[in-house]
Design a protein around this ligand. Structure first.
Ligand SMILES: [Zn+2]
Length: 339
């Protein structure tokens, strides 16, 4: 399969549905017992029109009843990622999501998620790093900072970034500037901000100027702001765009006019990601197929985007160089197999 680099995917939206089904039976949850109905309960229906509320309704946090449940779901979910041809991934997760229902210790949960994901990645040959997600609607800036400071004590090298996600409309980025000032000052992690997904480009400006964003999640409203496009080019700040997710959430429901191709052809840094593949009922391969079908991307352009995506990653300069060599080998192998 064509090797891919992916930088914007939430573990909360990447769960293995069979494992979740088993766990929900074991824990006696009030979920459909018939497998097909259970899938419909968890996933956005295929061929359904854009529907933001329906999309959000698919994020449940009450699956887990024990730390072992969390380990099992994460292990089995990460194990399958390699089936999408993913060579390297920066997988993000919210310790809050896995802890909320049972008030599990956030540090314990972080360690369990990373141990499970590392073990799965190792056994499947996937290269993986992690991003910690903080949710706008669930914590204040000072609560985020308090939790973040305790997480630093874990000293986990494979955590490379911090992400701000959640409700853009009611919780604008400036509310969190103190937290990201501190993250920037501490200097251990890079910064990735969801911005301009369902809001105008002013939130992207705030993210890059006030929240020290090294990367932007979605950023579709960039297409309306030429000055911002030039700024992103100048500062080499990437937009990780997710075409299928944007359709389902109605962030950009007219896929044939999605900005990704226009931005790429204007040299605005863009990268292809899936966001929440299990919930979307469509994985990263489907995103690539959608993009090729709608925008006529050539093979060379897809290769270029993936090399660019390595540049956009939160790896160190040395790690990027070796990742590029390694990716070239995977690409050569793919070309040989398909020629
Ligand atoms: Zn996202």
């Amino acid at each position: 399969m064509f090797p891919k680099i992916e930088l914007h995917r939430h573990l909360e939206g990447t769960f293995d549905i069979d494992t979740l089904y088993d766990i929900s039976i074991k824990n006696g949850l009030d979920t459909p017992r018939e497998k097909q109905k259970f899938k419909e309960y968890c996933q956005f229906p295929k061929d359904h029109e854009s529907d933001f509320l329906l999309f959000l309704a698919k994020f449940h946090t009450n699956w887990y009843r024990s730390l072992d449940d969390v380990y099992k779901v994460v292990y089995n979910s990460v194990k399958k990622i390699v089936n999408e041809g993913i060579h390297y991934i920066e997988l993000r997760f919210s310790p809050e999501h896995f802890s909320l229902e049972n008030n599990f210790d956030r540090l314990e949960i972080t360690k369990i998620v990373i141990n499970a994901a590392d073990a799965a990645a190792k056994s499947s040959g996937l290269k993986i790093k992690y991003i910690l997600t903080f949710n706008r609607g669930k914590q204040t800036s000072s609560e985020m900072l308090k939790l973040y400071r305790t997480m630093l004590d874990l000293n986990i090298d494979s955590i490379v970034g911090v992400d701000l996600a959640g409700d853009e409309t009611n919780f604008p980025p400036e509310l969190f500037s103190k937290f990201f000032d501190a993250v920037n000052e501490i200097g251990v992690h890079k910064i990735d901000i969801h911005a301009g997904e369902v809001t105008d480009s002013s939130q992207i400006w705030t993210a890059i100027d006030k929240l020290h964003a090294d990367r932007i999640g979605h950023g579709v409203s960039t297409i309306y702001d030429e000055k911002l496009q030039l700024e992103l080019i100048d500062r080499n700040i990437y937009l990780c765009q997710c075409v299928i997710s944007n359709f389902q959430t109605a962030a950009w429901s007219d896929t044939p006019s999605h900005p990704i191709a226009r931005l790429f052809r204007k040299n605005v840094p863009v990268s292809i990601s899936s966001d929440d593949p299990t919930i979307q009922n469509a994985n990263l391969v489907d995103d690539y197929l959608t993009i090729v079908k709608n925008f006529d991307f050539s093979f060379q352009e897809l290769v270029k985007i993936n090399f660019n995506t390595i540049d956009a990653s939160f790896l160190s300069a040395d790690q990027k160089s070796s990742m590029k060599l390694d990716y070239s080998k995977a690409l050569d192998f793919f070309i040989q197999k398909n020629s």
